[in-house]
Design a protein around this ligand. Sequence first.
Ligand code: CP
Ligand code: NVA
Length: 329
Amino acid sequence: MKKNSTLKGKSILTVKQLTPEEIEYLIHIAEQLKNKKKRGLRGNLLKRKNIVMIFEKSSTRTRCAFTVAAADEGAHTDYLNLSDIHFVKKESLPDSARVLGRMFDGIAFRGYRHDTAEQLAYYSGIPVWNALTDMAHPTQTFADLLTIKEHFGLLKGLTVVYMGDGRNNVANSLTIGCVKMGMHFVNCTPPELLPDRDLLEEAEGFAAETGGSVRILHEPREAVQGANVIYTDVWVSMGEEVKFENRRKLLQPYQVTMDLMRLTGRTDTDQVIFLHCLPAFHDNLTDVTREIGAMEVTDEVFESSFSRVFDQAENRMHTIKAVMVATLT
Ligand code: CP
Ligand code: NVA
């Protein structure tokens, strides 16, 4: 496997911190590791490494991706939620981080404040991987980029249209990831949910270097024209539950429907796909979704041949494996 020494020993907390070459490298080794697994091979690239996962918020994909990816390459994982540990209650974050740094080789952290991830990295002295904070979801973006590349064979020049809550963690990381790869990113969101001005300026700067672009639009029917990828996320992120009714009203016009897919002007799945980081409100199959119904995407689109959401979910594991291999070996 080709080595990129610039990532060894580093934490990965944002997409912004990575060069386009480093992102390409992560995608490249994720492809290799995926291929290896599909051939039924397991390895020992992470043999005897000990990984701790600290999750302040719920997770299905990310937690399982770290666990399976580590096991596939010989590492051991421990999962800790906040009721398991003293973290920031009886013991300060710097103290817990220094203890974990003496025992483990890497930390996957999912939580609220982004500076918790930064402090964990600073005090532990070992690689910390951001498994989602309120501000960023970088490992999601790596899987998104791999999924798009697998489908279209390239990234540069493609147009990704993100619909919905334009200022959440997934949108933030995806914006930067796309422009760093020379893609055209459209964030279609109401004026009330605009991304941070600094993030937009940074994205514009990266786009100027790569030939990509970033645009904010408010009108879905205009925004989707010419899209190769329509992407959405939940309207209410973890920790924002009190905003539920407000978001539902505000974002209803941004629901991804089959009409909107058709308005891309592209008719077949070679030309346009639908992505969602998941979990998604699209059906009525759980107690919660039955009460609420479809929100950010209709069941028709979610279950259609445009939808690549389960390839995308699987790719969380291959790309997270790549992140651990690149930073620990
Ligand atoms: N996409 C994602 O991060 O899913 P989980 O919340 O299930 O980890
Ligand atoms: N924006 C969502 C992503 C979940 C994977 C949240 O933070 O809840």
